[in-house]
Design a protein around this ligand. Sequence first.
Ligand code: TXA
Ligand code: MG
Length: 322
Amino acid sequence: MRCRITRQTDAAVAVLKAGGVVALPTETVYGLGASTFDPQAVSRIFAAKQRPLFDPLIVHIAAQDWLPQVAADFPDQARKLAEKFWPGPLTIVLPKNPAVPDLVTSGLPTVGVRVPDHPVMQKVLQEFGKPIAAPSANLFGRLSPTTVEHVLEQLGDRIELVLDGGPCRVGVESTIVQFAGENGRILRPGGISQEELEAVIGPLTTTVKELSPAEPLAPGRLPCHYAPRTPIQITKKIPMSATPGEPRGVLLWHPRAVQGYAAVEILSYNSNLAEAALNFFPALHRLDAAGLSQILAEPFPEHGLGRTLNDRLHRASAAFPS
Ligand code: TXA
Ligand code: MG
């Protein structure tokens, strides 16, 4: 299949209306979208991504007033978060409306919903007029895409169209919060920090036991996810000088003196975690393409978006225990 790139939202909407899949820009990462209420279209997402059917999809809506189309209940605490953070990088898991196909939710009684904050994605939702199911536009378990080029690298020969909305502004996926009644818990850290959420609704549970593939509470939490092909070692003590003859790369969250490495990525020159988040996946894509034997990565400070980045870094390194 030859993948076209377009800036025209009507081309993307035409594919959605015809039951196809299309890569769409959001503020977090690119998504691979299809019509939520068309199970055949949704099955094409799973096929293109080689995604196991036990991993449910996030449903994107244009505004909070679309929520009844997909969810059956909206507890007050969830509503408070939605009012503060939608549109934005927050997914809320709620009891599902029976109209949502089981394929979208992998048979779960709940559905993950968010209102994306990207003008191009908003235009697509308005023109299409229906909720769009979309996981990230990458092959299952691999690095998330924050540019059109990233989408093409992994899915270029598997999908027909990418809607170009420029590089993603946030750069990490949405935070997923699940509500069972008024009790919220974070299933996946993401673009909204735990501190920001707790400032609105008070303490949230975060401890989710590591899940096996048979227990898909939030498969973004499988230990190996967001993985490059190059082994990553996380270490607080990156040697200042590289070992000669070894093509190793380093991923630094802020500037530090290192020398002799085959590749060096610095995520934020002024120690800003939002900037580091924005640069995280692009830096990993570049390092992964650089023919390195190993990537040495330093951990992020364990607060704010640093927690999200540590989560992604650990999952990216989990395929290669050190
Ligand atoms: O920022 C984002 O969230 C991006 C953009 C495209 O919106 N999407 C994204 O989708 O990251 P994906 O499929 O890569 O990750 C969605 C995660 C999956 O791990 C999935 O299991 C979880 O959300 N999820 C979806 N519905 C769920 C549900 N009902 N209960 C628990 N987890 C759910
Ligand atoms: Mg994903």
